[in-house]
Design a protein around this ligand. Structure first.
Ligand SMILES: [Zn+2]
Length: 78
């Protein structure tokens, strides 16, 4: 089994070119909207499962193998 096949069996989807690496958000409180916003990616800190997951996974959460699945589960999938 090569790396790409191994990845697919582990995560259930094809290997993407970019690889996920944890990079912590840097939240800044914006009083104008009364919420914290990540200064790198613009993630708004909301109280829902998907956001909490994204916060844990850091700024590159959109590259995480579970990203699409998480988005679907929490109703954020377009
Ligand atoms: Zn961020």
């Amino acid at each position: 089994m090569n790396y790409a096949q191994n990845y697919k069996s582990l995560f259930g989807e094809n290997l993407k070119r970019e690889t996920y690496k944890l990079e912590n958000h840097s939240f800044e409180f914006k009083s104008r909207i009364g919420k914290s916003v990540c200064t790198r990616y613009g993630l708004v800190y909301l109280k829902n499962e998907f956001t909490e997951w994204s916060v844990r996974m850091g700024c590159n959460s959109n590259l995480h193998p579970s990203y699409e699945q998480k988005r679907k589960l929490t109703g954020f999938y377009k």
